[in-house]
Design a protein around this ligand. Structure first.
Ligand code: SF4
Length: 390
């Protein structure tokens, strides 16, 4: 057993009783029913996440501790993204023209109660490790696929040897230009990021990692160190964050998270609305909450820290971006818009040739830019050769 496997095995929380012993029975008034919720989905909290819980009900607790509300299914759907319908062979989902999802691992270091794939994650029968050959052959046959995303479960819970074999085989497929891994290991089990792992991954560029952090507290010194090691291996790092009630449905929390990610050399990539998955409805927020968060990021912090805000459309429609209303009106003549402070600006559309002839000689009316008077034969940059109008 490697050090990280030993750590995961020996120090994870795997039962409600361990939680009762650690936090007190008063936080678990209906243990019997809670056990039913726990039994509906794999349960494990990794050492790093257990250590991060400050008190029952806090943002870390909410993500991993089973909740009675998981038993109250209203309009949740088991396979909300309809992934199984787009699965031509076991372990592959092929929905978009040039990319495919390849489930390579059934297990995770910690199991997030809001997991979109909770219908199969944690269950080796539903993400079988013995049927990779048909997946490889599918990827080999479909030459339009240029980008493969390894997911699961968490691919980085595979052993170094297994990962090397799988990625090595993928790299032999000439049309697979890009290989990506989706992993929560930098957050859940940063000890897994070893020099040996980095040495393997860096052999396979162009190779990308999309990780998953939901709260600024998750960027512990160990997580930041692990992310730095991956970045030093030349791996571009992105982050997918899920908008979760009681965890990060707050502008300040999200801003801090995005800023801390950038500092840890991770580019925020997506904020997802929590999917309509059965058993996770208590995590869902209104879309307006997400739009307010994007509004609170754009302009108020570096553009690098502003991810795309998307809904992964139920039924398999794919990711649909959502934007706060910045544009008030678009006509043939102009665009009327508001900036991040709500101030109104007008941008003139380029004039068509007909309009120019009709208008005769004119000065552009840009409204928010100073205008310049050109001197004949000069380039009009307004400083050296052009004369700025007062
Ligand atoms: S790490 Fe990812 S796949 Fe695993 S339980 Fe969490 S969200 Fe699901």
């Amino acid at each position: 057993m490697t050090d990280w496997q030993k750590l995961l095995h020996e120090r994870s929380v795997r039962s409600l009783q361990q939680l009762v012993d650690r936090f007190g029975a008063e936080h678990f008034p209906d243990l019997e029913r809670l056990q039913q919720a726990a039994d509906n989905f794999e349960f494990r909290i990794s050492p790093a996440m257990v250590d991060l819980i400050k008190e029952p009900g806090d943002p870390i607790w909410r993500q991993y501790v089973p909740d009675l509300q998981e038993l109250e299914v209203v309009d949740g759907i088991v396979d909300s993204l309809n992934e199984d319908a787009d699965s031509p062979v076991p372990n592959i989902t092929h929905r978009y023209p040039d990319r495919a999802l390849f489930l390579v691992s059934p297990v995770c270091a910690a199991y997030c109660r809001f997991c979109t794939r909770r219908r199969k994650v944690g269950d080796p029968e539903k993400i079988p490790m013995s049927q990779f050959e048909s997946a490889f052959q599918y990827l080999e046959r479909h030459t339009k696929i240029r980008d493969v995303i390894m997911s699961g479960g968490d691919p980085l819970l595979l052993s170094d040897r297994r990962l090397d074999q799988i990625i090595g085989r993928l790299r032999q497929i000439p049309h697979l230009e890009v290989i990506r891994i989706g992993t929560r290991v930098p957050c859940h089990l940063p000890e897994r990021i070893t020099p040996e792992l980095c040495a393997i991954l860096k052999k396979y560029h162009p190779f990308y990692i999309n990780t998953h952090f939901n709260h600024p507290d998750e960027l512990t010194p160990a997580a930041v160190k692990g992310l730095g090691m991956l970045a030093d291996a030349g791996i571009p790092l992105g982050c997918q964050t899920v908008l979760l009630k009681g965890v990060n449905d707050d502008v300040k929390v999200m801003k801090k998270l995005m800023q801390k990610l950038l500092t840890a050399r991770v580019r925020p990539y997506y904020i997802y609305m929590c999917d309509q998955v059965a058993g996770t409805e208590h995590f869902r927020t209104a879309v307006e909450t997400g739009l307010e968060i994007v509004k609170g990021l754009r302009g108020w912090t570096s553009g690098l820290a502003v991810p795309h805000f998307v809904i992964d459309a139920p039924g398999g429609g794919g990711k649909i971006p959502l934007l706060p209303e910045y544009v008030e009106e678009i006509t043939d003549e102009q665009v009327v818009m508001r900036n991040f402070r709500g101030k109104r600006y007008v941008w003139k559309q380029p004039r068509t040739e007909e309009a120019l002839v009709g208008a005769g000689v004119h000065e552009p009316e840009y409204g928010f830019l100073p205008s310049f008077e050109m001197e004949p034969g000069k380039n009009g940059n307004g400083k050296k050769n052009g004369k700025r109008k007062k």
